[in-house]
Design a protein around this ligand. Structure first.
Ligand SMILES: [Ca+2]
Ligand SMILES: [Ca+2]
Ligand SMILES: [Ca+2]
Length: 522
C-alpha cells in the first residue's frame, strides 16, 4: 500500500508545496469535522424523475448527470445503472460527512431528482464487546427489539446533536463519559423536594437521592428508597459502548444535557416546564440561558392530569424551536389521556412492549400513544445504570428495570440518531419517520389504536431519514388540533409523586444478585 501511495506522489505533476498545502487543508478540515467517510470514493444512488429502464440507455442520462454535477458544483461520475431504473454515481471529491450531507441535501432539493441515497456497504454488523449486551434483548432481538445492530451500521451518533434528560438528575457512573456531558441545571425549586443542600434551584444537577420517610410526601405513603431514575435513563441513551464494560447505549457520540426537575416526592409541573424550555434554549426567568440547546428532550415522568394550556403552550414553543419531545405514556395500565404531558399535542408519546413484542401489562395505551418500544416485563427486564445507595449515593452498579420510562429513552436515543443522520429534520418529521418506519405489532395485544404506529425499527427509521428532504423553516410549524387543551390551572397544584412507577421491579445486578421489589405510587 505504501508503495502505491509513493508511486502516486511521484507521478503527480503538481508542485510538492501545493500538495503539502492541500494535504494540510484536508487535515484541518477533517479535524474540524472530526468525521471522515470511508477511504474509497463516495458512492450514491440517484433516481431521476421520469426516468425508466428504457430511457436509461440514452445519452440523456450522461447529460443529466453532468447537469446534476453543475448544479451541485460537485464532480459526479456515472458508474452504471443501479436496480431497475436508478443510477449509481460516484463523487470522488467528497471526503467528509459534512460534504456528503451538503451534496445529499442539494440533490434531494434538485427538481430532476426523485430520490437519492448513499450506496452503503453491507458488512458484518457492529457487535459491541460490552459483557451485558447479551442481556439487552431490547436492542437486538428480532421479536421485541428495536433493531439497533443494523442501525448502528448506518449511524452511531453525532456530537452536535444534544439530548436533554429531564429527570431526577445524574450520578457519576463508570459507564458515563464526562466528556459527553454539557453543563446542566437543577430546576427543583421546592426546598423539601430539593434534598441537595443548596435550597432551591442551582447549577448542579447531581442526583442527591429521592428517598422518602413514611408519609413524608403527605400522602400516607410508605418509605421509599432512592430511585436513581435519571442515571438509568441517561444510560439507556448514552452508556459508553464497546468499552468492554457493562452495557451499551443507543447514541454513541451525541452530547447529553441533564436538567434535574424531580426530587423527593416527585416534582412540580412548573419546574418540569421550565426545564424543558431551558433545554430548548428558551429564556427562563432567573436561570442563565442554556448555550447548548437540545434537539431531543426525554421526559420519562408525568402526573395524572389533563394537558392544560400551560403545558401545551410550552410544548408548542419548544417544538417550534426545533426540539423533539419524547414522553412516557405512563405505567397505570390505563388510557394515556389521564397522564400529562403524554396527553399533550406535538409530543412523541411512547408505550411499552415486552420481549415478545406484546403489550406490557403496565403500559398506558390509547389514541394519544404515537409509538411503542420495549419496556420489558418482570421476567425480562432491561439492564440500566444504577447505584447501590438506598438513600444517599453509593457505588455505581447495573440494575434491571422495566417501564415506559425506559421505552421512552430508547425512542429518544433513536430520535437523536435520526437527527445525527439528517440534521435539518423538524420535530414533526422525526415523529413521522419514527411512525412510518415502525414495524407492525406481532400479536393482537397491541394495535394502532392502543400502542401507536408499531414498535420502533431504528434501522428503517434511519434509511427513511436519509431520504427525507428537510422542510423549509417556514413550514416547520406546530400543528395543534386543540384536542389536548382544557383544564387549566394545573401549574400551581403539586403533582403527586411525579416519577412514574417504572421501577416496579429492580433486580440489582452485582455480586450474587438479589431481588427486591419496590412500588412507587402515583
Ligand atoms: Ca438545590
Ligand atoms: Ca442541585
Ligand atoms: Ca459499556
Amino acid at each position: 500500500m505504501s508503495r502505491l501511495n509513493n508511486k502516486k506522489v511521484e507521478s503527480s505533476t503538481v508542485d510538492r508545496s501545493v500538495v503539502l498545502i492541500v494535504w494540510h487543508l484536508l487535515l484541518t478540515l477533517s479535524l474540524l469535522c472530526s468525521t471522515e467517510i470511508a477511504t474509497a470514493d463516495y458512492r450514491l444512488i440517484v433516481r431521476l424523475l421520469g426516468q425508466d429502464a428504457i430511457t436509461l440507455d440514452t445519452t440523456d442520462v450522461e447529460q443529466a448527470v453532468t447537469g446534476l454535477g453543475e448544479r451541485t458544483r460537485s464532480r459526479l461520475i456515472l458508474v452504471r445503472q443501479a436496480g431497475r431504473d436508478a443510477l449509481l454515481l460516484s463523487a470522488p471529491d467528497i471526503s467528509t460527512i459534512t460534504e456528503r450531507d451538503e451534496l445529499l441535501g442539494q440533490l434531494r432539493a434538485d427538481p430532476q431528482v426523485d430520490y437519492v441515497r448513499t450506496d452503503r456497504r453491507a458488512r458484518i454488523q457492529f457487535v459491541p464487546n460490552d459483557p451485558l449486551y447479551v442481556d439487552q434483548w431490547n436492542l437486538y432481538e428480532d421479536s421485541g427489539g428495536i433493531r439497533m445492530p443494523s442501525a448502528w451500521d448506518v449511524e452511531r451518533g453525532r456530537q452536535e446533536i444534544v439530548t436533554a434528560i429531564i429527570d431526577t438528575g445524574i450520578l457519576p457512573h463508570a459507564e458515563l463519559d464526562s466528556a459527553r456531558f454539557l453543563p446542566g441545571y437543577d430546576f427543583v425549586s421546592d426546598v423539601i423536594n430539593d434534598n441537595d443542600g443548596t435550597p432551591g434551584r442551582d447549577a448542579d444537577p447531581a442526583d442527591p437521592g429521592d428517598a422518602t420517610l413514611a408519609d413524608e410526601c403527605g400522602d400516607g405513603g410508605s418509605p421509599t428508597n432512592s430511585s436513581w431514575h435519571g442515571t438509568g435513563i441517561v444510560g439507556v441513551i448514552a452508556a459508553t459502548t464497546d468499552n468492554a464494560l457493562d452495557i451499551v447505549g443507543i447514541d454513541h457520540r451525541g452530547r447529553i444535557l441533564v436538567a434535574r426537575a424531580l426530587g423527593k416526592c416527585g416534582g412540580y409541573i412548573s419546574d418540569i416546564i421550565d426545564a424543558m424550555r431551558w433545554a430548548a434554549g428558551l429564556k427562563v426567568s432567573g436561570v442563565p440561558l442554556n448555550p447548548n440547546p437540545a434537539r431531543v428532550i426525554n421526559l420519562s415522568a408525568g402526573s395524572t392530569d389533563v394537558c392544560s394550556a400551560f403545558e401545551q403552550d410550552a410544548i408548542d414553543e419548544v417544538v417550534s424551536s426545533g426540539v423533539s419531545v419524547v414522553v412516557a405514556a405512563g405505567n397505570d395500565a390505563a388510557d394515556v389521556s389521564i397522564s400529562s404531558p403524554a396527553n399533550c399535542n406535538s409530543v412523541i408519546t411512547v408505550a411499552a412492549t415486552t420481549r415478545s413484542g406484546a403489550r406490557a401489562g403496565y403500559t398506558n395505551i390509547g389514541n394519544r400513544v404515537d409509538i411503542s418500544a420495549p419496556g420489558g416485563e418482570s421476567a425480562n427486564a432491561i439492564p440500566v445504570l444504577y447505584n447501590t445507595g438506598l438513600t444517599d449515593p453509593g457505588d455505581d452498579v447495573i440494575a434491571y428495570a422495566l417501564g415506559t420510562s425506559f421505552a421512552t429513552a430508547q425512542v429518544a436515543g433513536v430520535a437523536a440518531l435520526i437527527l445525527a443522520h439528517n440534521t435539518e429534520l423538524s420535530p414533526r418529521q422525526v415523529e413521522e419517520i419514527l411512525k412510518s418506519s415502525a414495524r407492525p405489532f406481532p400479536d393482537t395485544s397491541c394495535d394502532t389504536t392502543t400502542c401507536g404506529a408499531g414498535i420502533v425499527d431504528a434501522e428503517r427509521a434511519l434509511v427513511i431519514a436519509e431520504n427525507t428532504l428537510p422542510e423549509m423553516p417556514a413550514t416547520d410549524t406546530v400543528v395543534s388540533s386543540g384536542g389536548g387543551g382544557g383544564g387549566g390551572g394545573g401549574c400551581t397544584i403539586r403533582t403527586k409523586a411525579s416519577v412514574d412507577s417504572s421501577w416496579l421491579l429492580i433486580i440489582i445486578g452485582f455480586g450474587i444478585g438479589f431481588m427486591r421489589q419496590r412500588h412507587i405510587k402515583h
